[in-house]
Structures are given as structure tokens and as C-alpha cells.
Write a protein that binds this ligand. Sequence first.
Ligand code: ZN
Length: 825
Amino acid sequence: MALEPATSGARSLTREEAETREALLEVVRYDIAVDMRGLFEGEVLEATSTITFRCRQPGAGTFVDCAAEVRRATLNGRELDLGTVSEGRIPLGDLAAENVLVVSSAQHDTASGAGILRTVDPSDQLVYVWTSFEADDARRAWACFDQPDLKAPHAFTVLAHESWTVTSNGAPTTVEEQEDGGRRWTFPDTPPLSTYVVVVNAGPFHELREERGDYSLGLYCRQSLRQYLERDAAGLLDITAAGLAFFGERFGQPFPQARYDQVFVPNMGGAMENWGCVTWSDSVLFRSPPTYGQRERVASVLLHEMAHMWFGDLVTMRWWDDLWLNEAFASWASTWAAVNATEFTDSWATFLAGLKLLGYQIDMGPASHPIRGDVPDVAQAMANFDAITYEKGSSVLKQLVAYVGEDAFVEGLRAYFREHAWGNTRLTDLMASIAKASGRDLDGWTEAWFDRAGTDTLVLRGREVLATAPGNEEPRPHQLEIGAYRRTGAEGGRLQKVGTTQVETSGSRTPVEGLPEGADLFLLNDQDLTFAAVRTDEKSLDTMLESAGGLPDAVSRALAVSTAWDMLLKGELSTDEVLTCLLGVLRSERSPGVVEPFLAMALKAADQWSPAVAVPTQLARLAEVAAALAEVPDHRAPALRTLAASATTTEHFALLQAAGADDNDLAWRVLARRAALGEYDATAVESLLERDPDPDARVRALGVTAARPEDSAKAEVWSEVWEKHSIPSGSPLFGLAQCFWRPVQHDLLLPWAHRYLDEVQGVGGATGGMLAVGSLLRSMMPTTADEAFLSRARELAQDPEQNPTVRSVLLTGSDALSRVLRARG
Ligand SMILES: [Zn+2]
């Protein structure tokens, strides 16, 4: 991501430049010597990159990327004039057919997290360093041709302090003591990789390793979190082994190296699919035992990054305009694998009730864009990382699987990986493989689903499905199911499935055959195969709102609930109606895969979508349901967390007090809730800080401050986030933001909402790189505002001078807020 000063002075590579360079060069290999000894006490990463490459037109010129201090550069033994280095590029003239380029460089900025981040653990002062290069930050660490379609083997040697462990894309071949201090880690040649998926991490990591089948699986974390990694290791290794087996079989080729490591690092937002060495935000090593939903989310990320080993690393998009395909595919594949190869068998329902709703929400607003976009330069690539890329993209792939059949889809994938292994592709290559395997022409389908924005609406009227598309365009073809249900017993009771019909729509009217008579509910898009807003007849809607909890499977219940949510977003149902439906479902919900997303939706409805005067009552309704659910052992932890956010009565607080005695996470939530109600307890915060071993406990304490309805408290937190950049990204920041933005504190928060718009215009100083900046902007987006805020936000979103990611977050965020404000009335 080209956020300043991350790539300050370095020019963003354009698609045309990349095409020209790819046509000219073939990179034979990279030999990269990295010296990380300067990071033990200082801040400098040094590297010497030796690039062996061929030129198809001897005599021609090009440039190599190096957004660091270039100390020396030679091309075929000839010294290059460092005076010509500018904007992160070293011009290379008069190339030979066979070339060797050697560039020594030093990166002094290892604190901003752009490509490289050095972190000092606040609890023990130990230093950890990670790298993460997507999209074009490898050039900040060493000289390289930093574009995805110039793949080459990389061979790393890394000098590091003797107390440090170094992890990279494969297993080290040797680790040798150095006479002048430190150790030298030598890694074997990687397969041909794009520059953005190589990695070097270092620090005094805690390492766990287990042999599973043909694989050596490693897990790493900082010392201060070892107890949490050890607690979760068995589960992580189980999913890792299951995923490697599942994908290896389904994709028609096993992951081709024995070593598969996962390194949990501080201060990273998200996770990154480096070949054989995935880096993760260590905020997923939860400081209280994770709930089912948290474990499911971790499994989903684990399988997502693993799917990238095939789709992204083995076969890589030619240019960033197909980055969405990487992300959409990995997201689809992770849910597919979770359902088929892990304990998380309701993951499609979880996906629908959580992430897919984000895709629908963006797609109905001004930030909607076609899934496949135009990416003229790398800076633009990251602005497209949103719920359209991940959630809508993966939903459309799920629809494609329904459209061609899973067997044909898998056969197409196998052919695609076989044919393009270690190469680069475009979308058309994938679609050609699937078309061939399925015998269906997919050209029109591809254009309709990937090149057009917006969501179709499907309505069941009588015995016809009526389809409309935004902008009066031709509706897309939809492969879907309609489930027919009949009530058994009293109202609010069970719904029994009495029939299912498969429909493939074409155009705006499609007749439906085989629907049974006398059903109480026709559930359109049952099993959630397609991506569409669905509406049924009035009787079905009434049944759905009253009795969604009586539907027999979790995906159907999630579909009912998400349809109600879609109607709330569009102003067709009131918050009260939707909350009533949700609470009804929650009273009897027992699938752990949807309990947490439903609780989260209900909390959102009660807390953010209700008029200020109704918030206490709505929270109290939710608190009653959460307290009852806390009696069910499987749902106790998430129910108590929801109760901590909604507690109103002394009974609620008594229940929480008892449960929080040995649960630090819950205890922090309760203190924050009390603080939000004006009952800040400094002594309790101090004593919990002493008791909690979490290195991020101070952020939890700050969260309690953030919840207080006091301007001075808000100011203190604001300064930590925006001026001192002291909050680790990922869940610590997100949790803090949740505490800060309390919609009932509307008047107090209004000036801070406007401050947000000031801050985002100079967001460059944020720590943690591309993922972290996105996480900062999204986390801190206000959840309460006024019309003046909305119009300023919309104006900034249109301003071409603003960073593309800022614009995209403001566009999405202001649309979401305007819907909330309408619902609040
Ligand atoms: Zn991904």
C-alpha cells in the first residue's frame, strides 16, 4: 500500500511498466544476504541482493526497485552511479543477455511497519522483527523486481543475534556461529516465488514443532505469549494437518515441501500467506480461553492463508487487478475446507450471518464496485481490499460451484493448478479450466458476475421467481434452492421442511415447478447458494420473523436472519422488528456456529441501531436472553460476553462478577460496561492490571477509560491511538474502538467524530503497514455522527488528493452510518 511515508518518495509501479519489464526480463534467481544484527539494539536492516537475470533485448534498459538507502550497486561488475537512484528505483542501462546485479542497501525505517516491523515487547523488552511484503514492500527490504509476474527462486542467508531464531520460507540448512558475533542462518532455494510472498522473521521466538504425516509443522510466538500458544497448539496443528490433507487431495497436488510454519507476531493486522511460513497477528492467541466462534475464526484464517499456497503462491495473478481472485478464492476455499475437514461444520451459516452481510452492505451503497476492478498502479491495488473482494467474491465463487457442480469445479481447479504451477495467470485462465471441466460456456456468466456492481433482488411471486438487477440491467443467472416449510404445533414452534425445488433463473422471470401447496414459509435461496437480496410473500415473511428459530438447519436460520437484516439496512423493517426476530431465534439456538454471530447482530441492533431513548430497554431485552443462554454450557462464554456489553440489572452484574473472578477478559468487559454507565472504578482497574499477565493488558485498561462518558477520558485515548500510535493493531485496537464509540454518548462523541475526519487525512504515521492502516481506519470509524459529518466524509471520499484506502473506508463507513441514523429516526 502506498501510504506515506511508508513508501515516501518511492513511485508506485504502473501496470504498463510492469508489462514492459516482464516482456524484457526473465529473473533466474535471487541470492539475498540479510543482516539483522543491527536490529537487536538498533533499527537498521541491511541487505545485499544479488539478482541473476536474462534480458530478451541486449542493450535495452530498465530499472530495479529499491526503496531503501542504496549503498552500492554493480551491474555485471560495473559500478552504477548512485546519483541516478530516485523514487525507489535504480536505473539499469545497457543490459547484457545474461546479467548479475548486486545491490547493497540499508533500511532505517523499521518502526513504521511498512514491509518490516521491529517491536519491543513491553512486558519483557525482547525484540521481534517481521517482514510482510504485499503488495510491493519487498523493495523496502532489498533490491528486487517487485512485481508478481517476475517469479524466481530466492536463497536467503540471514545474520542475526545469537539469541534469535530466524524463520523463512523453508527449513534452514545450516545455522552457524559467527566469529564477529551472531549466527548465520542459511536457507535453501525456494521454488520460483513472487517477491511479495517471501519472508524473513527474527527474534527470540518460542517454538513448537510436530511431525504430522509428511509434514513438519512449526508454531512460533513471542516469549510472553507462550502459555497461550501452548494452550491452543494442539487445535492449531490439527487444523493445519487436516487442511494440508484436504487441499492436497482436492487440488490434485500436495503442498510440495515438508516444512509449514506459522509465526504469530506482535503488531500485525491480519495474516499473510508467505510461502511455507505464514505470519499472523498474535492477537489471535487469545488471552482468555477462546470461544467456539473465536476458534472458528482462527481456523478460517488458517485455512484461508493455506489455500493461498496453491492459489496465490503456486499460481499467482499476473497483475494486481486479479488480486480479488486470490482473496475471493482463499475465502471460499477456507469455508469449504472448514465444513468438509474440521469440526466447524456449520461454517457456511457462520459466514452468512457474519461476513457475507458485510458484502451485501457495501454492495448496496456508493462504495459498490465490480468484483474485478481496474488497477492502473500498485497503490490502487490495496484500496480494493474490502468486503466486495473477500465476501462478495467468495460468495460468487460459491454460486459458481452451485452453477457448474462441485465435481466439475474441482476437476477444473486440478487442471488449472497442473497447467499453471509456478506461473502467472489471469481470471480467464481459471474460467477456461472450469468451463472445460463443466462443459458450460462461462463467458456471459463471468461478465455478469465479476464485471458488474450491485446485488440482484429475487422475489418469489406465486409460482415465479422475479429477478431485478441494479440500474435496470439484465439480471444475472442464479442457481438456487427454494425450501418449503410448514409449521408444526403452536406459533413460534418448529418448521418442518416439506419440499425443496432447484431453480436456475434466466432473465427477469423464471417459472418454478414442484413447490408444494399450503406451506407457511417459502425460503428463497435456502442453503444460501447465491448472492442476492431475497424477498418472499407476506405470509412467508410473517412466518420467518416469528419462527425463524424453528427452521431445521443453521444455514436456513442464518438466511432468515440475514434477510431481516437486509430489510433493516434498506429501511423496510424497524430495528425493533429485527431485534425481536433475532432474540426469538437466540432463545432456542444451539448451533455454536451461529450463536455468536447472532449475538453480535442483536447487540448491534440494540446498541447502535436503536434510537437513543430505546437503547437501555433494548439492551435489557438482550441481556435477559444472554443471561439465559449463559446457562447452556456450550454457549456460556459468548453469552456472558454479550451480557457484559448489555448488563442492566444488579442480577446481571452479580452473575458477571462471579464468572469474571477467573476470567480476565470478561472482567475487563464488565469494567468497561460499568465505566460506560458512569461507574468507573480506578481501584478495580489497577488490581485487574496486576492480576492479568496479558502483555496488552494496558490496552484493556485504556478501553475502560475509553468507555467513560467524559471528554478528558476520550482525549487520553485519542492521543494514544493517533499521536503516540501505541495501540497494537488487530483485536486490541478494535476492542478499544468499541469501548470508545458508545452511540448513547452521541453528544459527547460528536466532536470526536469530526476529529476522526481530520486525522485520517494524515494517517501515514500509523504503525504496522498496509494491513494496520486499514485496520486503524476501519476500527476507529465512528459509530455515531450527524449530517455534517456525513457530508464532510462523503466530500473527502470524493477527493482525489486523499489516499485511496481512506477514500474507500469513508465511502463505506458514511453509507453504513447514514443507514444507522435513518433507523434511529
Ligand atoms: Zn488472503
